[in-house]
Design a protein around this ligand. Structure first.
Ligand code: ADP
Length: 650
């Protein structure tokens, strides 16, 4: 390998450049992608950290609220107001007694408290007459007498209810209704372990049903239902449900009578707590407790404070928890963009990005689950950042590749031009050397006076003239090219008779070509036209074409010039049957310094500027040059020039 070959630029410079650009681009994209992923992970971690932080604040906030409620349970005064106007109830258990605050909040109680009941033996004579003697009238008289005595409410209630029963049995319905009405007005007494007023009102409704007094029945049943729903009596569950069912039967299932689920859940939770307390060993009763239960699907939270003989508890529904305990945390939740869910510790959580604080860890009655409310917007922000990143990366990569491509292209071009220029210098030197050598030899022969014959001397002088002409044309064409390159070659266009002009150029060329054994066949085809042209420049262009036709036609010694006119254009065709030009070179050869492969292969001398000049000159004349050629078949160069003045064929 020669040194020259070693330093020759690689053939596929563009590919090499792109390869070099591809490496940093790929690295850039890989690093960018990694950075993006890290950015995403960081954003999610931040969201998670915020959630963790919020969860800590929330649990401590809830702990404070619960502690305050527990404190209130210890204090008799605040106990009264603890469960005010919420879906909650405060209950105080003492052995055998249950107190609910505010009163009437509970639908039913774990244990009923119907009121004071009169001893059964007081009513024995009347019941004896009623059941054994089957004498309702006598029984009624006895009970009426008992009711009229100035006895306590329990006795009066017991006597009135029994009186009414006997009146009913003896068909005195209105009187029975009256007796029941009197019994219904007595508070705090019980008959058959049921509050006497409840029993009397229920019995009145039953009697009204029997008497078909619907309007009155509806009214009485409605007020009874209303009182049942508003916890007028401390009933056990069975008594409450029996009476509610009866009322519903009488009123045909009015929706107003449906007990709210929350109230049912509260009552069920109180019953659960009561049973729990009852089953606790005495030493455990002296303790505090927090628990969340769920009854009928409604979550209930129970907080209690107890000693061996008393237990005070707050039984709270969801709304209470949210308003009283969670409500205080609302600004914090908003600020931290989180939402909280309090769940039964045994409940299962659905998936999702949550931070959980189990009940066992916090001492709270619930498992606290914290969710971000702005995860979506954080993800959207992330996606936005990612798109921006990717666009930036893509742009950068495109820029690197495009820049590399342009640089590679420019470098390739520069290298090609440099190569062409060095070829050109070599070619020009060569072009000069040949005529100069001939001139020197011819001059030497002539000055030596060795040629005796006048004829031979003339031949030598003619050769001298040809070589001088050749040298002159070479210098002229180089000067013209230099002027053309510098852009300092203004053409002076003047109207010219095309036929005469072409004929004169061809004649002049033929004289020169004949010396080389060539012949030019000119066909003017009667074309007559005036063209605007710079005589000297166009002569040089045609001469170049003719010279090429001769130069590259090694075997066929004739070249043809055809002139034709079509509309407003004059076509000058210079044709040869020489080497021809391959298709891939046909565009390139019009560029300066470019020489064809076969020209170099056949060692035909040339500088590579002829066709560039032809192209330049013809363009300056408002025309164009076309080429039709095939290797081995010859070439036809057509110069198309605009006609300036319509002329008629002669
Ligand atoms: P050169 O000095 O090499 O002739 P030109 O610019 O006149 O430069 O021509 C450029 C190239 O075009 C030539 O090197 C040759 O390969 C090709 N060429 C021009 N004219 C002809 C022709 N008549 N026949 C075949 N090849 C031609």
């Amino acid at each position: 390998m020669t040194l020259h070959a070693l330093f020759r630029p690689p053939r596929n410079l563009l590919g090499l450049f792109l390869l070099i650009a591809l490496v940093p681009s790929t690295l850039l994209i890989a690093f960018g992608w990694r950075l993006l992923r890290q950015d995403g992970a960081l954003a999610l971690r931040q969201v998670q950290e915020r959630r963790e932080q919020a969860a800590d604040l929330i649990t401590s906030g809830l702990e404070q609220s619960l502690a305050a409620s527990e404190q209130s349970l210890r204090d008799a005064a605040s106990l009264q107001t603890l469960a005010k106007a919420e879906d909650a109830v405060t209950v105080i258990f003492t052995p055998g007694r249950i107190e609910a605050l505010p009163p009437g909040r509970l639908l039913y109680y774990p244990v009923g408290a119907p009121g004071e009941e009169a001893p059964a033996q007081l009513f024995a004579p009347g019941e004896d007459a009623e059941f054994r003697g089957r004498d309702a009238a006598k029984a009624a008289a006895l009970f009426r007498h008992l009711a009229a005595r100035n006895s306590g409410p329990a006795v009066r209630a017991g006597a009135l209810v029994r009186l009414a029963r006997n009146l009913r049995k003896s068909g005195q319905f209105d009187a029975a209704l009256g007796a029941y009405a009197q019994a219904a007005g007595i508070r705090g007494a019980a008959v058959s372990a049921v509050p006497a007023d409840l029993l009397a009102r229920w019995a009145r409704c039953a009697l009204l049903t029997q008497m078909n007094r619907d309007a009155e029945l509806r009214q009485e049943a409605s007020t009874l239902g209303f009182d049942l729903l508003h916890g007028r009596w401390q009933l056990d569950r069975a008594t409450y449900e029996f009476h509610m069912q009866e009322v519903r039967r009488w009123l045909g299932g009015s929706p107003a009578l449906a007990a709210p689920a929350d109230a049912m859940a509260l009552a069920a939770a109180v019953a659960w707590l009561w049973n729990k307390w009852q089953s606790m060993p005495a030493q455990e009763r002296r303790s505090t407790g927090r628990q969340s239960t769920s009854s009928g699907g409604a979550p209930i939270t129970v907080v209690w404070e107890g000693n061996s003989s008393r237990l005070a508890a707050l039984v709270a529904g969801q709304a209470y928890v949210e308003r009283q305990w969670m409500g205080k945390l609302a600004p914090l939740l908003k600020h931290q963009h989180v939402r909280v869910m309090l769940r039964d510790p045994a409940a299962r959580f659905a998936g999702g990005a949550q931070t959980r604080r189990p009940a066992g860890e916090t001492g709270l009655p619930w498992t606290v689950a914290v969710e971000s409310t702005d995860t979506g917007s954080e993800l959207a922000r992330l996606a936005g950042r990612r798109t921006l990143w990717l666009t930036g990366l893509a742009l950068l990569a495109a820029l690197v590749i495009a820049g590399t491509y342009l640089i590679a292209h420019a470098v390739t071009r520069e290298l090609a031009v440099a190569r062409l220029q060095s070829d050109f210098v070599a070619a020009v030197s060569h072009e000069f050397r040949t005529p100069l050598t001939s001139l020197r030899q011819l001059t030497e022969i002539l000055t030596d006076g060795r040629i005796a014959s006048e004829d031979r001397r003339r031949t030598y002088y003619q050769a001298l003239s040809r070589q001088t002409g050749r040298l002159h044309r070479l210098v002229e064409s180089l000067l013209d090219f230099g002027r053309m390159e510098a852009g300092a070659s203004p053409y002076r266009l003047e109207p010219l008779d095309a036929s005469a002009f072409i004929r004169s150029v061809v004649d002049e060329f033929e004289t020169e070509a004949a010396g080389r054994g060539y012949h030019v066949e000119l066909h003017l085809n009667g074309a007559a036209a005036t063209i605007a042209c710079d005589r000297e420049a166009l002569t040089s262009a045609l001469w170049n074409l003719l010279d090429n036709a001769v130069k590259y036609s090694l075997e066929c010694r004739t070249v043809w010039v055809d002139v034709k006119r079509s509309d407003q254009r004059l076509a000058i065709r210079v044709r040869d049957r020489g080497l021809g030009i391959p298709r891939e070179e046909q565009k390139e050869i019009f560029r300066k310094f470019v020489r064809g492969a076969s020209a170099k292969a056949e060692n035909i001398k040339g500088t590579g500027i002829g066709l560039a000049m032809v192209h330049h000159i013809v363009k300056a004349h408002g025309g164009e040059v076309c080429l039709r050629s095939a290797p081995g078949a010859g070439s036809t160069f057509t110069v198309l020039l605009p006609v300036v003045e319509p002329c008629h064929a002669s």
